[in-house]
Design a protein around this ligand. Structure first.
Ligand code: A3P
Length: 327
């Protein structure tokens, strides 16, 4: 089959990009100052060329391993309210969060056979319907697309040390890297240097945060730790931000149900999420998206020297940009 001119052009462009070995045999390609596995780079280029958000869209943006799965579940539940008695038939019992809220570059625009589900997700049938789509593409690259209409963006981030440890565990779940495991010391260095998928983490976070500071009506910025500490408060806030506030006498109860249903304990125990099967389009088993779900787990893995190394970068990048977070 002939490839489209757009794809051929990108392939020519990509073959000239700087590359770095990441783990296993995986290479990362540097595109507009961020690092991508090739498949996601090509998908990102397709997103840039073809994705047109509409004003009702809600885009969940995040760096990998910062709580994307959790926010997928929360956003879906906040936007599609279930009456309490319906929780036994909740869509998150029969669907995984990643199936309900697909990612632009890892699911919808990735090069695979045309599947009707993808077309369905991308079709805007009724302008009043809310589509929820996720992405790890940095704001520096996707900003123009996101600002092309009044869609809303919810960005979640997580402290850098827990993000790295979560990523490190995640990678270990893939048999792709069995022969050449990602040593923790190497992982720390690569994370600090930004050479991880969708990295540098710090630049990713700071650009979405800046956009939130500039346009809080467009971007909602929240940390994993903030939601962990006060989930009800943030479910309420997200509802308000998205224009679907929790009101009336049932409001408080609805919030409590959403928090309970989307908790790590509940979601990680759903049969769909416990499965060790591999999705057709992803090298990690379904259950790899649920590991421990705790704040501060890095302390169990990182040596003092590694912590100091990451903290030094965090202070320089985050604190130096007035974001006092992550140390
Ligand atoms: P840990 O590896 O620290 O356990 P992402 O969804 O962005 O890939 O992030 C995955 C991280 O979020 C993992 O962290 C995972 O356990 C955690 N997580 C998944 N579902 C969660 C939930 N409902 N509540 C809290 N954390 C959750």
């Amino acid at each position: 089959m002939e490839k489209s001119p757009e794809l051929n052009n990108n392939q020519n462009l990509n073959s000239s990009l700087q590359r770095e070995k990441w783990c296993g045999h995986e290479l990362l390609y540097k595109f507009q100052n961020f690092w991508f596995p090739l498949a996601y780079l090509e998908a990102t280029q397709k997103v840039l060329a073809n994705f047109k958000p509409v004003p009702k869209d809600v885009i969940l943006a995040s760096f990998p391993k910062t709580g994307t799965t959790w926010l997928k579940a929360l956003l879906h539940s906040i936007i599609n309210r279930s009456p309490k008695q319906d929780y036994n038939n909740h869509p998150l019992i029969s669907n995984r969060p990643h199936d309900l809220i697909p990612s632009l570059e890892t699911k919808l625009y990735v090069d695979q056979e045309n599947d009707s589900k993808k077309t369905e997700f991308l079709a805007v049938k009724n302008p009043e319907d809310v589509r929820i789509l996720a992405t790890h593409i940095p704001y520096q690259i996707l900003g123009e697309v996101l600002n092309s209409c009044e869609c809303k963006v919810v960005y979640v981030t997580r402290n850098p040390k827990d993000t790295l440890i979560s990523l490190w565990h995640f990678v270990q779940k893939s048999h792709l890297f069995d022969e050449d495991p990602w040593e923790l010391e190497v992982a720390v260095d690569q994370f600090c240097n930004g050479v991880v998928p969708f990295g540098p983490y710090y630049d990713h976070v700071l650009a979405y945060r800046q956009e939130f500071l500039k346009r809080p009506q467009k971007v909602f910025f929240v940390t994993y730790e903030e939601i962990k500490e006060n989930p009800k408060h943030y479910v309420r806030k997200i509802g308000e931000f998205l224009g679907c506030p929790f009101e009336g006498e049932n409001g408080e109860e609805e919030i409590e149900e959403i928090v309970r249903f989307c908790s790590f304990e509940n979601l990680s125990n759903q049969e769909m999420n416990k499965s060790s099967e591999l999705p057709i389009d992803f090298p990690m088993p379904y259950n790899s998206f649920f590991r421990k779900g705790e704040v501060g787990d890095h302390i169990n893995y990182l040596e003092d020297e590694m912590i100091q190394k990451i903290d030094a970068v965090t202070k320089e990048k985050f604190h130096g940009s007035d974001f006092v977070y992550g140390v």
